[in-house]
Design a protein around this ligand. Structure first.
Ligand SMILES: Nc1nc2c(c(=O)[nH]1)N[C@H]1C(S)=C(S)[C@@H](COP(=O)(O)O)O[C@H]1N2
Ligand SMILES: [Mo]
Length: 188
């Protein structure tokens, strides 16, 4: 694949790693940090920082496409694969959508089949180093096949839902589905 084939329409490539955050970078406190799986699961789960970090790790190289038109290619992400996370709970059959919840109150929504793709992970490292605070330390969601606003920084939990509900940017005019190859940028 040539580099051009990796760049969706209307995007340009940058080697930088811009920061795009609505609001301030939340403070991380290891003792009060936890990761929750909630909503339509048989038993909700809450993991401490150390038990989360003890989960088997998964690495992936993927491109990252921001709706503001920059793409950063070949990011090496390391974290825990979504499939590993889902071994911790049993989804109820009515679960069809998920909401990512973050420190600071940011949210973003995904259909469960998009969340459960093989390239989705909860990342704690980028290009071999712990995530920088402004890029989501200690944990962020990575959904390579969607625009980057679906890759929630400072992730604290996933909630499973029977019906779709818009997250933060989806409520403020961004497209619900966010496929960069279809240029699903805005909903208006
Ligand atoms: N918690 C949280 N996650 C977030 C955001 C945010 O404001 N808060 N911004 C989103 C947007 S719009 C983009 S483009 C990417 C940018 O990730 P980066 O700052 O690591 O480049 O993070 C996404 N995840
Ligand atoms: Mo963005």
């Amino acid at each position: 694949m040539t580099q051009r084939d990796k760049v969706p329409p209307g995007q340009f490539v940058t080697d930088r790693f811009p920061v795009l955050t609505y609001g301030a970078t939340p403070k991380f406190d290891q003792d009060s940090w936890s990761f929750r799986l909630s909503g339509l699961v048989e038993e909700p789960v809450e993991l401490s920082y150390s038990s989360f970090m003890a989960l088997p790790s998964f690495t992936l190289t993927a491109d990252f496409h921001c709706v503001t038109q920059w793409s950063r290619l070949d990011n090496a992400w390391e974290g825990v694969s979504i499939h590993e996370i889902m071994k911790l709970v049993k989804l109820k059959p009515e679960a069809r959508f998920a909401m990512a919840h973050c420190d600071g109150g940011y949210t973003t929504n995904l259909p469960i089949d998009v969340l459960l793709d093989d390239d989705v992970l909860l990342a704690y490292k980028h290009d071999g180093k712990p995530l920088e605070p402004e890029h989501g330390y200690p944990l962020r969601l990575i959904v390579p096949k969607r625009y980057a606003w679906k890759s929630a920084k400072w992730l604290r939990g996933l909630e499973f839902m029977p019906e779709d509900r818009p997250g933060f940017w989806e409520m403020h005019g961004y497209h619900n589905d966010a496929d960069p190859w279809a240029e699903e940028r805005f909903s208006y």
